[in-house]
Design a protein. Structure first.
Length: 246
């Protein structure tokens, strides 16, 4: 895997009117890496994602994707895939039809779109459901289809907002396998999450955003050690219920 830097956010600041939302946020993400963005509600995560995707222009600082500004460069925006937390699919269309629609919306020609859809189906392991209507699928299959539509145009950077929220453990592990496969192919991945166990399994780095500032960044193991040190959580499982007298 290459460690070349693909996405750079340098000293970003943003405000809605007089309300500061982000201040001095800097972040770099290399190809083949998975970074989790953490923070409480209202920390500025959604605003930061919009800035990284070029949907907002920073008041201060700059964003570069492959060296270009996504707010001003269509080619930079094409390097990015965005997977929102809400399922952003056409429920009355099949998985394959959704993929073809998103590929054409991304500007791919008919034959190129067909090849791109085939790759996305293989990468996200959707062959079992490719002909089924999205509205009939379980949440796990819908989330994998959501990811497939986010990568069908072949981005270098993938940004996901809570990609495993609301799904059971088998579906979550399947999504994690997809993200690992994408990283192994060289894609740079930034995802929001609230699941510490998931981050430990999946991510190379974690960045914690609070009140618009990046307050901690590092590997999951190092951050957990800094916060919890040698403290441990123990879980006790009883083979039988205790007697009522105890």
């Amino acid at each position: 895997m290459s460690s070349d830097v693909t996405l750079v956010a340098d000293d970003l600041g943003f405000a809605y009117g007089d309300r500061s939302v982000l201040a001095g946020v800097s972040l770099a993400l290399g190809s083949g890496r998975i970074c989790a963005l953490l923070g409480p509600n209202g920390a500025g995560k959604s605003t930061l994602i919009r800035l990284l995707c070029g949907r907002l222009v920073p008041a201060t600082g700059r964003v570069r994707v492959g060296g270009d500004d996504p707010a001003r460069s269509a080619s930079a925006r094409r390097r990015i895939g965005l997977v929102p937390q809400q399922i952003a699919l056409y429920p009355h269309l099949s998985v394959g039809e959704n993929l073809r629609a998103f590929a054409r919306l991304a500007g791919l020609g008919r034959s190129e779109a067909r090849r791109a859809c085939d790759r996305a189906v293989r990468t996200c392991d959707l062959g079992e459901v490719v002909g089924r209507r999205v509205g009939t699928l379980s949440g796990g299959w819908q989330r994998r289809t959501n990811i497939a539509c986010g990568i069908v145009h072949g981005p270098e950077v993938l940004i996901l907002d809570e990609p495993t929220v609301g799904v059971d453990l088998p579906a979550r592990l399947a999504i994690e396998r997809v993200l690992r496969a994408l990283a192994e192919e060289g894609m740079a991945i930034l995802m929001t999450s609230h699941d510490l166990e998931e981050m430990g399994r999946l991510c190379d780095r974690v960045a914690f955003l609070d009140a618009g500032r990046l307050v901690a960044e590092g590997s999951p193991a190092s951050l957990i050690h800094d916060v919890f040190a040698d403290r441990r959580e123990w879980q006790v499982t009883l083979d039988a219920l205790p007697d009522d007298e105890l």
